[in-house]
Design a protein around this ligand. Structure first.
Ligand code: MG
Length: 401
């Protein structure tokens, strides 16, 4: 029986929220998983606790914490490594059939790249791998005979809905979106949004970058880009539907007009367990959905006039090249500039536009070329921010409160 086998597992980003949820699942299913490698950043106390509990072969920590982790684990048989190189070593461990890629941001790209090898399942939570790596990463996955399995709730929903179905029968993907904290606002309202308003998300406590992405709706745009690569489907067959309750995690529309929806109480443990277990349905302690209590499920079209993110994301993948990479780097720079009080909320949109205009049509052929493109795209975005700052004289503290 499949549930008697033990799956070797390595986790990139083990002290983040996805990594911790994954280890909760491992803990509650003794014998089902064996942790082989863990990689984390600066949360050394939690990393050491995890290492002692799960006894991996390798633990990778931030470079500044290498000495402390080595001392602390001396004699344990756990090898301590550090930095991006260390995370790459963890990713390359052959004893783990499954790699959970959950380092946040562009830092997750190199280790995930190293973790793509024959027979490997990469459970992908890191957005940049596909948004920045795009075609180049997909080519490597296919050439090497690895398997990409989504962990993000929307992509997991589509993946789950497709079990037992054929992609040739799919007409469209329907990606659900919560609509963000500024749902219902118009463009002129957004122009006056302050940093504090944008950071004050009503339902979720997340890092500042992700909170702003959810306010601009670019998080949904980035998910559209990921869906394009995960499912090999063009942008014009991906529809975004605003669904405020977050009960339907996404849908697939088939050519016979059937729509398959995956539903549940929102909890990342569901998609994580499905990806790590090889599509086995593990009991994971998530509350069961009470539809009567839920009452209504509502749906709206996105307001593209107010929120250009989804259309810009679609445009970024409408032809081959570095559109998505440039859009992503433009966004990183623009969000940082907004948080620093340098540009306004809606000027984030102008920086995206500048990135998209400047994106070359060539597809990077290697990880090194992707990294060069990231540097160039970052420079382009920084220039765009500087131009906006120069062109718009304003009091120094205009956007600081
Ligand atoms: Mg999501």
């Amino acid at each position: 029986m499949s549930n008697e086998k033990t799956t070797g597992l390595s986790i990139l980003g083990s002290t983040g929220s996805i990594g911790r949820s994954a280890l909760d699942i491992v803990r509650s299913h003794p014998g089902r998983f064996r942790v082989r490698g863990l990689a984390c950043g600066k949360n050394i106390d939690m990393a050491l606790l995890q290492a002692r509990e799960f006894r991996p072969e390798i633990l990778s920590v931030d470079e500044s914490l290498f000495a402390r982790a080595s001392d602390s684990l001396a004699g344990s048989g756990i090898r301590v490594v550090a930095g991006t190189e260390g995370a790459c070593e963890v990713a390359a461990l052959q004893s783990a059939e499954v790699l959970l890629s959950a380092i946040v941001g562009e830092a997750g790209l190199s280790p995930t790249w190293e973790g793509i090898f024959p027979g490997r399942t990469v459970a992908l939570a890191n957005k940049e791998t596909l948004v920045v790596g795009g075609q180049t990463v997909i080519d490597r996955v296919n050439e090497r005979g690895a398997r990409l399995v989504p962990v993000d709730s929307e992509h997991s929903a589509i993946y789950q809905a497709m079990a037992g179905h054929r992609w040739s029968d799919v007409r469209r993907i329907l990606l659900t979106a919560s609509g963000g904290p500024f749902f219902g606002k118009k463009r002129k309202d957004l122009e006056r949004v302050t940093r504090e308003e944008a950071l004050n998300h009503p339902t979720w406590k997340m890092g500042p970058k992700i909170t702003i992405d959810s306010a601009t709706l670019l998080n949904k745009g980035l998910e559209m880009i990921e869906a394009r690569w995960l499912f090999d489907i063009p942008a014009d067959r991906i529809e975004v539907v605003v669904h405020r309750q977050s009960i339907i995690h996404s849908m697939v529309e088939l050519r016979d007009a059937s729509v398959l929806a995956q539903m549940g109480v929102p909890d990342m443990k569901g998609p994580i367990a499905y990806a790590l277990s090889g599509e086995e349905r593990l009991p994971i302690g998530v509350p069961f959905l009470d539809l009567v209590k839920t009452g209504q499920l509502t749906f709206f079209a996105p307001d593209h006039e107010t929120f250009p993110a989804i259309r810009q994301a679609a445009r970024s993948i409408s032809r081959p090249g570095q559109g998505a990479l440039y859009l992503n780097m433009a966004n990183e720079v623009a969000v940082a500039a907004f948080l620093a009080g340098k540009i306004s909320f809606t000027e984030i949109f102008d920086v995206w536009e500048q990135g998209l205009i400047r994106a070359p049509g060539e597809i990077p052929g290697s990880l090194a070329e992707i990294r060069q493109a990231v540097v160039k795209a970052t420079d382009v975005a920084r220039e765009a921010v500087l131009r906006i700052e120069e062109q718009t004289p304003r009091p120094a503290s205009a956007f600081r409160n």
